[in-house]
Design a protein around this ligand. Structure first.
Ligand code: ADP
Ligand code: MG
Length: 321
């Protein structure tokens, strides 16, 4: 395998959940309406991610495993105006460098099956399948024992996957998600755009019924989401779901803004549950901070924080009246 793919794999693939994230993002970029994720033994033994998206032609399927062969950016300006989940062209080569991968895909016209073992092309053939893409990943880190050692118990690895798939479903309520563990269906969303239905599955009736909707905007940002009423909130772990332009992100400053606002309404030993979507011009967010694309840099972040605080405060004050 190419050394550069091994290095990229170190940044992109740390555990099975990273593979799920990259593959699901690819399915979203391919405009899938249905995505299913099957994990075996926490995804350590095997992962199968399947979608009904646009699929790939034979030529594109071959290219997909080449480093930086993204079909999503046309020129360098696009890098500062990212409209897709993926853009680095690193995920598939990184995954293929540290596992066995079988890709089956069809663009509705021609289908192909490509097999990689630890960075080496094993086979390639034409097949006939319906439009869409299926990626099977097994034997993760088998040839990199130092890596393998850092995987945790299957139950833990699966919990990371489940948390991620919940969040992906929340950020794309119009896509139908199904998640299986060892052939058992453990989560599904209807794909009918109902965020509360997903929240209900995650936290039960009381939380879903006490989700206070909010909407707000200033010249730059548009916010929408739900804040669970502090009085109902008995969560012993906070759950702050953040997405920017439908992309799941992590941001300590935004998270802290939410936690601070909540603690005007509840004691510090309780934890908020909040879903927050932010819409903003793609040129004002930089998602190319780390290869795993979780971190972001946001222009005018302080204005955004102010808006978040005001909005959550307003949602609760209205509710308490
Ligand atoms: P990126 O998403 O950054 O472009 P990836 O390595 O994740 O790079 O994928 C490489 C290419 O493979 C993508 O640009 C896309 O053309 C193709 N591809 C990967 N997964 C899918 C999928 N599920 N459906 C259609 N095309 C896909
Ligand atoms: Mg990708």
């Amino acid at each position: 395998p190419h050394i550069s793919n091994m290095i990229a794999a170190g940044e992109v693939v740390e555990r099975p959940a990273n593979i799920v994230k990259e593959c699901v993002e690819n399915s979203i970029d391919a405009h899938a309406k249905e995505i299913s994720i099957e994990a075996y033994e926490g995804g350590i033994d095997k992962l199968v991610i399947q979608d009904d998206g646009e699929g790939m032609s034979r030529e594109d399927a071959k290219l997909a495993f080449l480093r930086h062969a993204t079909s999503k950016l046309k020129d360098e300006d696009d890098l500062f105006n990212i409209q897709t989940m993926g853009f680095r062209g690193e995920a598939l080569p990184s995954i293929a460098a540290v596992s066995k991968v079988v890709l089956s895909t069809s663009d509705g016209d021609e289908g192909s099956r490509i097999e990689y073992d630890y960075g080496e092309l094993k086979g390639q053939e034409s097949i006939s399948i319906p439009q869409g893409t299926k990626i099977e990943v097994s034997g993760l880190f088998y040839k990199t024992p130092a890596r393998f050692k850092y995987l945790r118990k299957a139950s833990y690895e699966f919990s990371v996957i489940a948390d991620l798939v919940n969040k992906m479903a929340l950020s794309h309520p119009n896509i139908r998600f199904r998640l299986f563990h060892n052939d058992r269906l453990v989560f599904q969303s209807s794909g009918k755009g109902n965020v509360l239905e997903i929240l209900y599955q995650m936290y039960g009736k009381e939380v879903a019924e006490n989700a206070v909707p909010f909407k707000a905007k200033n010249e730059t940002f548009k916010l929408s989401g739900y804040a669970i009423q502090p009085k109902i909130n008995r969560s012993t772990k906070y759950f702050i779901f953040l997405s920017i332009n439908d992309r799941l992100v992590r941001s300590i400053p935004l998270q802290n803004a939410i936690i601070e606002t909540y603690h005007n309404y509840m004691p510090p030993n309780r934890f908020p549950i909040v879903l927050l979507n932010i819409d903003v011009d793609t040129q004002l967010v930089d998602v190319n901070v780390h290869p795993n694309k979780w971190e972001v840099r946001i222009a005018q972040q302080n204005d955004l924080i102010q808006l978040i605080k005001e909005t959550i405060n307003a949602a609760f004050t209205k509710e308490l009246r």
